[in-house]
Design a protein around this ligand. Structure first.
Ligand code: SF4
Length: 293
């Protein structure tokens, strides 16, 4: 939502024109996100002469199920052997989003990894964070990127402002970007998949069943999960999970304390951002489940 807003504001000249827009593709976004991206490219970016660069480190779904592929752990909901709830580490955003973006930026600067980027060479990277999430705006962790947050600094726009603006462009249906089977989905997102896209629902239900004992690489290397993994936070199989309402047991099972009902219902408000990682700050994680081989 916020990234689409930034791109459109740049394309129409309200903000200066950016040189590139980058989309990090985990390979497992909903079809609606890819359709939206195609539309943005054709109707907004291309006419303004802004190339959209699609970068990728692979397909997160396929990698999780491939015994020959190292897998960067998704934040799966876990039940340990003694029935305690937990979560696996979230490495996927770094691997499938941050890494390919940094790789592309280095290439654009002319210093692909492992070349050293000179001190005075850097990109200005615009990040779509709105005022309601201002505390997630951070400086870059490398010198060749300098972060800028135009929605906060230049415009003072909230998420609602972005939604209203996109509606004026006929983009009111801009979807949240996140993997189809992201364990951070709230019930509303799971219901949306179930009720609007039977094929994608079958896909996530099948994936949920396939990772019950952990990812394929972990199992192939004798690093089995000591417990069971689930996509839904109720820690029952997705096609049986209580996605029509938040249960008291779900709130109580949250390892960080009683979870916020809004988050249980709606999940991450703005999808999965590589630069404003909500989950890393908010979600207590546990190691040693053998998923991060
Ligand atoms: S959407 Fe979820 S599963 Fe996908 S990269 Fe982000 S945190 Fe990981």
């Amino acid at each position: 939502m916020q990234s689409s807003t930034l791109l459109a504001l740049s394309a129409e000249g309200t903000l200066p024109k950016v040189d590139y827009a980058i989309f990090a593709d985990t390979g497992w976004e909903p079809a609606s996100v890819y359709r939206h991206l195609d539309r943005l490219e054709q109707e907004v970016a291309k006419p303004a002469g802004i190339p959209i660069l699609r970068v990728s480190s692979g397909n997160i779904r396929n990698d999780a199920l491939d015994p020959n592929h190292r897998f960067a752990s998704m934040p799966l909901h876990i039940l340990t052997q003694d029935g305690k709830p937990g979560m696996t580490r979230r490495q996927c955003t770094g691997e499938y989003k941050v890494k390919p973006i940094k790789k592309k930026i280095r290439e654009l600067l002319g210093y692909p990894y492992p070349a050293r980027v000179p001190k005075d060479v850097f990109v200005e990277q615009w990040i779509g964070i709105s005022t309601d999430e201002f505390h997630r705006a951070k400086d870059a962790d490398v010198k060749y990127m300098r972060n800028r947050h135009p929605l906060i600094v230049d415009l003072g726009w909230s998420r609602g402002d972005c939604i209203r603006y996109l509606a004026t462009l006929g983009l009111a249906d801009t979807p949240k970007s996140s993997c189809l089977g992201c364990p951070f989905h709230g019930n509303a997102q799971w219901r949306h998949i179930r009720d609007t896209s039977p094929e994608e629902w079958r896909d996530v239900v099948a994936f949920d069943a396939a990772i019950r004992k952990g990812n394929a690489r972990a199992n192939a290397t004798g690093n089995q999960l000591l417990g069971q993994a689930f996509l839904h936070r109720s820690r029952v199989p997705l096609d049986e999970a209580p996605i029509d309402h938040v249960t008291a047991a779900e709130r109580a099972a949250d390892p960080g304390g009683p979870a916020d009902a809004d988050e249980l219902e709606h999940g991450m408000a703005d999808g999965c951002s590589p630069w404003a990682c909500r989950a890393e700050a908010d979600t207590p994680t546990r190691d040693g489940f053998g998923l991060a081989c």
